[in-house]
Design a protein around this ligand. Structure first.
Ligand code: GUN
Length: 295
């Protein structure tokens, strides 16, 4: 069997097209251009690259982007002052503080300071708390797990009563992904480094979301035939045969798993583009919240 490929690039491109249309209409009808502020502390090359991609995507759909780069030794007070200024800036409808932050900074305090209605990453404890509770709606849903859910929907997955397994329990992906699956009435198992017999647990999954950051960890015999597999991983591995000396792989051993799964995202080209599309969507929503007088 060969899995259907879930083309995140194509789905993201479609969403971005719609966002560009909506942004243009907002500007024409209300004279308001949605704006995203991206805060980067330090010089982590991966974070720099992610922020660059996010800002470029903003440009492409007509969203204004404001870059704020602070040095690696920026103090807690400096970062908090900047977030305070961005909270007060009417041109800014979304604030993204790229993670991870340097170790000396108090991430929880900084994320808690972001105005709820500008929390386009959905990392504010109140937004996460609302996501965790029945009958409460967060203003924003974290972008990567939200993108993963959209891809599952696009691929035709049934959530109701499905066995869903999430590999990884990070605040950014694993935990919110599990919460989103619970909202859709899946039966959810969250696996981590102490989980016993990981392959056996994964083999029970109708829906498997891999978000552990371990190159090609999920093998073909971990996957139930016909399962929907979402690979959130993005890992750089040595590859002397390639020009750069490395290549990118996911958490799923793509070549072998595609022979077993029913549907599978590639990595790169799966969830990554969706993270950015969801961020743009959330920024547009941030501007809509202001225009509709909801904040
Ligand atoms: N670091 C890794 N993923 C993300 C993300 O989605 N948002 C932010 N702010 N930082 C990240």
């Amino acid at each position: 069997m060969s899995a259907t490929l879930i083309d995140g690039k194509a789905v993201a491109a479609r969403i971005r097209e719609q966002i560009a249309t909506d942004v243009a209409r907002m500007e024409a009808e209300h004279g308001v251009r949605p704006g995203l502020a991206a805060v980067l502390v330090g010089d982590n090359p991966a974070s720099q690259s992610y922020v660059r991609m996010k800002r470029k995507a903003c440009d492409q759909v007509g969203i204004a982007s404001f870059g704020h780069n602070l040095p690696a030794d920026a103090t807690q007070e400096e970062v908090e002052r900047l977030v305070g200024e961005l909270n007060a800036d009417p041109q800014v409808h979304g604030i993204l503080v790229q993670l991870p932050l340097p170790k000396h900074l108090d991430e929880e305090r900084i994320l808690s300071m972001i105005s709820l209605h500008k929390d386009v990453d959905g990392f504010h404890p109140v937004n996460i708390g609302r996501l965790a509770m029945k009958g409460r709606d967060p203003l924003f849903i974290p972008c990567t797990p939200h993108g993963a859910m959209v891809l599952l929907e696009e691929a035709g997955a049934t959530f109701e009563g499905a066995n869903a397994v999430v590999l990884g329990r990070s605040n950014i992906v694993g935990l919110p992904a599990a919460l989103l699956l619970i909202h859709r009435n899946a039966t959810v198992t969250v696996c981590h480094s102490r989980t016993k017999d990981l392959p056996a647990v994964c083999r029970e999954a109708d829906i498997l979301i891999a978000a552990v950051g371990r190159p090609e960890m999920v093998k073909a015999d971990w996957v139930k035939p016909g399962a929907y597999v979402i690979d959130v991983g993005s890992n750089q591995v040595d590859d002397p045969a390639s020009e750069k000396g490395y290549r990118w792989v996911g958490d799923v051993a793509f070549d072998e798993v595609k022979e077993v799964a029913g549907a599978l995202t590639p990595s790169p080209g799966g969830v990554g583009p969706m993270t950015i599309a969801m961020l743009l969507k959330n920024t547009l929503r941030g501007a809509e919240l202001v225009l509709s007088g909801q904040v």
